[in-house]
Design a protein around this ligand. Structure first.
Ligand code: 5RP
Length: 220
């Protein structure tokens, strides 16, 4: 089975976590896109969605799924999104699609985070996938020096601006033994908007697509 088929498999499996009559949080990326397409089949049974990016908002709207502003929603029963890496504690690296800040904000409002990923995303130690960091453009050089001081090798994702008008630095060569600590430490650097470590608020449920089917893991 190819990677896209595995993404489709987990996206379909996530539909059963969508409660009827509610507003749900929807992530960004190719796996989330499969989920959005599946959600279209049950659009009359949900109230609507909060999107974590302009791209996902456009896809939801194209399917006729009502969009809500997060400011008008107090809490979401569930947030469904992909990941670039996920470890045994359900901490993740996200932001390959540059949507990490809005993803983190929407996830913070959700009571349950369902991570949907193909099996290649499961790792023992986070950091092989370069860690995306959203940065205010003016602070690019200064933040790069601070990230290098932490032992990483930041590379500017040139030509990419986030939905918030900021830039992305991808930090290579990190072996992230303590994701909760590093997430907080990077967020303390002046000029950083947020980083792609989702460790303080990890996933609650992990649906992993494998050749043998969907594996479901729940965080204790
Ligand atoms: C976007 C993300 C995505 O969830 C992550 O990059 C995974 O993407 P894909 O489902 O395309 O593999 O964090 O910012």
């Amino acid at each position: 089975m190819d990677q896209n088929s595995l993404k489709q498999l987990v996206a379909d499996a996530a539909l059963k976590y969508v409660p009827e009559g509610e507003i749900i949080g929807v992530g960004t990326g190719s796996t989330a896109n499969f989920f959005i397409d599946g959600l279209a089949g049950m659009r009359d049974r949900i109230k609507g969605a909060v999107a974590s990016s302009e791209a996902s908002a456009a896809r939801l709207l194209a399917h006729g799924i009502p969009l809500f502003d997060l400011n008008d929603v107090e809490s979401l029963p569930v947030y469904v999104d992909g990941a670039d890496e996920v470890d045994a504690g359900f901490a993740m690296i996200k932001g390959g699609g540059a949507a990490l800040t809005r993803e983190k904000i929407v996830a913070a409002v959700a009571r349950k985070f369902v991570c949907i990923a193909d099996g290649s995303k499961k790792v023992a130690v986070l950091g092989k996938f370069p860690l995306p960091v959203e940065v205010i453009p003016l602070a690019r050089a200064q933040v790069s020096r601070a990230l290098a001081a932490l032992g990483g090798r930041p590379v500017w994702r040139e030509g990419v601006l986030t939905d918030n008008g900021n830039i992305i630095l991808d930090v290579h060569d990190l072996a992230i033994a303590e994701p909760v600590r590093l997430e907080a430490e990077i967020n303390q650097i002046v000029g950083v908007v947020t980083n792609g470590l989702f460790a303080r608020r990890p996933a609650d449920i992990l649906l992993l697509g494998t050749a043998g089917g969907v594996l479901t893991f729940e965080r204790n």
